[in-house]
Design a protein around this ligand. Structure first.
Ligand code: ADP
Ligand code: MG
Length: 243
């Protein structure tokens, strides 16, 4: 079986700033991998390289066995398998929750309005805000807005979900609702690559934790090892600060 994600010798520079300096890792179908590490260590850049929102300077990215970094790759087709959720929810403010979840289905997948609405309602129900279909983003809490963003990604039937600090912009009391949705997705077998500072989530839900620092992977292993018994001083220093 193909790896869901395979990254080989990935480098990314912005000018002289070498942000990723040779990243290698794989994510298997159904796995949840959490990426942790200090601010500026390259976590977001790595996620953005995985779906080619950033073009790697060097190295290869494969999604479900297809090389995205190949010159002839159909990047749009490959990206259709990948849902992404950002720290900022990026909802359209002038559209209801329902419309926000319908629009990409109609524009990108060419679904008709009726089908798009059914799928949107299903996914808003799934993330626990089926009663908020007619609300506009400004009428929703941050946790509800982020769940609309997750429903929007799920409505595209991704095989893989990327999350970049999905709870970092939320008030503390709203973090749990979003993590509960993510936990449920993980239990259903969704393949997930999650950048997060939520160590409880990483410990309980992740199959593997990857610790990044300075554009390299310092440790990669089960949470009990990387969080519970880190082997590197850099990992220990980081964990002391966040735990
Ligand atoms: P993290 O998500 O771990 O905090 P980032 O991947 O966002 O780290 O950033 C790592 C480094 O890359 C930072 O020094 C940042 O300034 C730089 N960087 C990220 N994106 C860009 C960009 N589009 N242009 C220039 N520099 C960038
Ligand atoms: Mg980041």
């Amino acid at each position: 079986m193909n790896h869901a994600i395979e990254v080989r010798d990935l480098h990314k520079s912005f000018g002289s700033n070498k942000v990723l300096q040779g990243i290698d890792f794989t994510v298997e179908p159904g796995q949840v991998v959490c990426v942790i590490g200090p601010s500026g260590s390259g976590k977001s850049t790595l996620l953005r390289c995985v779906n080619l929102l950033e073009m790697p300077t060097q190295g290869k990215v494969f999604i479900n066995g297809v090389e995205l970094t190949h010159l002839d790759a159909d990047i749009d087709a490959a990206r259709r398998h990948i849902g992404m959720v950002f720290q900022q929810f990026n909802l359209f403010p002038h559209m209801t929750a329902l419309k926000n979840v319908m629009i990409a289905q109609q524009r990108v997948l060419k679904r008709g309005a009726q089908e798009a609405e059914i799928v949107a309602r299903e996914n808003l129900n799934k993330v626990g805000i089926g009663d908020k279909c007619d609300s506009y983003p400004a009428q929703l809490s941050g946790g509800q807005q982020q769940r609309v963003a997750i429903a929007r990604a799920l409505a595209m039937n991704p095989t893989l979900m990327l999350f970049d600090e999905p709870t970092s912009a939320l008030d503390p009391e709203l973090v749990g609702d979003v993590l509960t949705v993510m936990r449920k997705l993980a239990e259903e077998g969704m393949t997930m690559l999650v950048v997060t500072h939520e160590m409880g989530f990483a410990r309980e839900v992740a199959d593997r934790v990857v610790f990044m620092d300075g554009g390299v992977i310092v440790e990669d292993g089960p949470p009990a090892q990387v969080i519970g018994d880190p082997q590197h001083e850099r990992t220990r220093t980081f964990l002391h600060r966040v735990l």
